[in-house]
Write a protein that binds this ligand. Structure first.
Ligand SMILES: [Zn+2]
Ligand SMILES: [Zn+2]
Length: 389
């Protein structure tokens, strides 16, 4: 089969590789009909996530048709059309039982590697380094889906792929970002990053009862999408100081909640941005925490910070004094897909949200390299790329 393989920084290739096989009785094999490049895949493409190996198959946001099931798969049949959560959960451990699917105790065979970095291991993720289980990803013609009864959700056949695919990752990630804000009537929510996750976080903040939503970015076409798709007010941080603008837009109080939909490769401005870029380049800092610092200062006293952008390791110069003295609540996590997918599918079936708005480009899987370049360099007003095997 054809698959998109990682070979190093800025190096992905479409290669012919062996088809996946059922390895465990709870596995299923999926014929992929649509897959997409996630913002967090750019951290792999840019070489910032450790434990990638040449030849690893990328992709954690995908959907398709079940073509084979293991002997203990009970909820699925060949022919079922499904969307798969990017987080792999066993469905039976302490964490899965509490709907904290991305913290599953049983789905990451390399949890021991994470214990050194994080203290405990988290769930496996498709196509996202050996630290997250070393699973083959879904940027391929076929993919093995472990614990398939829990990770694959059946979807109606009469809704096109591009409307459903985002419930694999981008939509639940944005939705969880808003959910963690514990939004109350009248709340103002600010979202850093107007990429796909940011768009869904803004839209979800309204679904969960926010009164006003403000999107922050530096690309005018993404800010325009924030206005059109998410009905957000916007700030271009290259034109105005985002912190000052937020203060002004909130009557001097600051937003009630701040969502980080950017993560470890934030573009800092001024000397602080140069400091992070230099430290990250020589690996003295794994992540650039510009957005985190700004959220800590901009958030209103007693407010909530919700971190959905991916961080991999260590950051420094974090204003912990602001967090403590302003009594901020920090909430974060990889998304709990299996918890949110049924609810989000409902919103799509009811016609309340059309997630296909985030797909600016449709390409064949064989042009994945071009997709990565378009998305990384924000060429041709690229918001998100859908790949068709
Ligand atoms: Zn993702
Ligand atoms: Zn589990």
């Amino acid at each position: 089969m054809k698959a998109v393989c990682w070979y190093g920084t800025n190096d992905v290739r479409v290669e012919t590789v062996p088809d996946p096989k059922i390895l465990n009785p709870r596995d299923a094999i999926l014929k992929v009909t649509a897959t997409t490049i996630c913002g967090s895949d750019l951290h792999l493409y840019d070489g910032y996530v450790p434990t990638m190996q040449p030849g690893d198959i990328l992709g954690h946001e995908f959907m398709g048709e079940i073509v084979e099931i293991g002997s203990e798969v009970k909820q699925l049949q060949p022919g079922d059309r499904v969307v798969v959560s990017s987080m792999i959960g066993c469905g039976q451990c302490f964490f899965c039982n509490q709907q904290m699917w991305s913290l599953c105790d049983n789905s990451n065979p390399n949890a021991w590697m994470q214990e050194k970095l994080f203290g405990f291991g988290t769930s496996g993720i498709y196509g996202y380094s050996h630290l997250f289980g070393g699973y083959a990803g879904g940027d391929a013609e076929y993919v093995r889906v472990p614990f398939a009864d829990f990770g694959a959700i059946k979807v109606p056949k009469d809704i096109p792929d591009e409307k459903l695919l985002p419930i694999s990752d981008a939509f639940p990630t944005g939705y969880m970002g808003a959910d963690l804000c514990n939004i109350q009537p009248g709340d103002i929510v600010a979202v850093w990053g107007c990429g796909p996750v940011g768009q869904f976080a803004m839209r979800s903040a309204y679904l969960l009862g926010a009164e006003r939503v403000i999107g922050i970015d530096r690309f005018s076409y993404r800010l325009q999408l924030a206005k059109d798709f998410a009905k957000a007010e916007t700030i271009n941080y290259e034109e105005v100081d985002a912190g000052e603008a937020l203060k002004e837009m909130t009557g001097g109080r600051g937003p009630d909640a701040c969502i980080d939909a950017v993560g470890m490769e934030a573009h800092g401005m001024g000397p602080e941005g140069l400091y992070d870029a230099a430290k990250q380049a020589v690996r003295l800092e794994t992540d650039r925490p510009h957005v985190l610092r700004q959220m800590m200062l901009a958030c209103r006293k007693g407010g909530t910070l919700s971190v959905m952008g991916v961080y991999a390791g260590f950051i420094d110069k974090v204003p912990m004094g602001a967090v403590m003295n302003k009594a901020l609540t920090v909430r974060t996590g990889q998304m709990h897909g299996q918890k949110y997918m049924p609810r989000l599918l409902g919103h799509i079936i009811e016609g309340e949200v059309d997630p296909s708005a985030v797909f600016s480009h449709h390409l064949p899987l064989t042009e994945a390299k071009q997709g990565f370049e378009l998305f990384k360099n924000k060429k041709d007003n690229c918001v998100k790329v859908l790949l068709k095997p």
